[in-house]
Design a protein around this ligand. Structure first.
Ligand SMILES: CC(C)(COP(=O)(O)OP(=O)(O)OC[C@H]1O[C@@H](n2cnc3c(N)ncnc32)[C@H](O)[C@@H]1OP(=O)(O)O)[C@@H](O)C(=O)NCCC(=O)NCCS
Length: 192
């Protein structure tokens, strides 16, 4: 197994970002099924096992293998005996197979941790990691136009609105609009 699956991806003053592991399954299953979290999320696991199976599958591939979503756990940077209780959410990225130089990003936090700046802190750390670790040129987000909190988050991080696609995504049985927001590496570096 690629040993980077066991290493932290980033740390911030309040958070640790690390690859998803099978033992994280209960927490992810729990908050990803909260109504406010599931509302705009493509992945709402039906069982904790679905999450642990995904983690096992992810770890069987190369670290951050292109064409696959790589799931990253976001936890509070505090020591605790019950480590999985520190998990406040997750992020994911998928590097494109055509160029290996673009990635899509996603995020979901437990609703009790919304509005505390954690999403911005975690996203900043993951974007720094992605631009420095891989030869990425551009990172983009696909977001439901009704998801204001998400658009505000990316806007605050310097992402530009690039497109509003009409009824372009089949989501929970209906055709939905899709907003694309993006940032180039040079824009990110200038912002920092
Ligand atoms: C999207 C999500 C991660 C945002 O998390 P959050 O806790 O609101 O984010 P933060 O507290 O880090 O806030 C980030 C910025 O957005 C702003 N913001 C968030 N919601 C806002 C709103 N409804 N109106 C105006 N500004 C808002 C915050 O003020 C903050 O800006 P600041 O740093 O200038 O103060 C969270 O709502 C979530 O997990 N939702 C469910 C899953 C989801 O929809 N994911 C997105 C899929 S694309």
């Amino acid at each position: 197994m690629d040993n980077r699956h066991q290493q932290n991806i980033a740390t911030t003053s309040r958070l640790i970002l690390r690859p998803l592991a099978p033992n994280d399954c209960r927490r992810l299953y729990e908050y990803r099924n909260q109504p406010d979290v599931a509302l705009f999320q493509g992945w709402t696991p039906e069982t904790p096992e679905e999450v642990s199976n995904y983690a096992t599958e992810m770890q069987s591939r190369d670290f951050a293998a292109a064409g696959h979503w790589y799931q990253v756990v976001v936890s509070l940077n505090e020591s605790s005996l019950n480590e999985d209780r520190n998990i406040i959410g997750d992020m994911a990225f998928c590097i494109d197979t055509e160029t290996n130089q673009q990635a899509e990003l996603g995020i979901a936090l437990d609703q009790q941790y919304h509005g505390k700046g954690y999403a911005k802190e975690a996203s900043e750390a993951l974007i720094n990691f992605l631009f420095s670790e891989f030869n990425l040129h551009r990172i983009h987000i696909s977001v439901d136009p009704q998801n204001i909190a998400s658009q505000k988050l990316w806007e605050k991080l310097g992402f530009r609105y690039e497109a509003h696609l009409k009824k372009a995504v089949m989501f929970k049985g209906a055709w939905c609009d899709d907003v694309i927001m993006a940032i180039l590496k040079e824009e990110w570096l200038k912002r920092n």
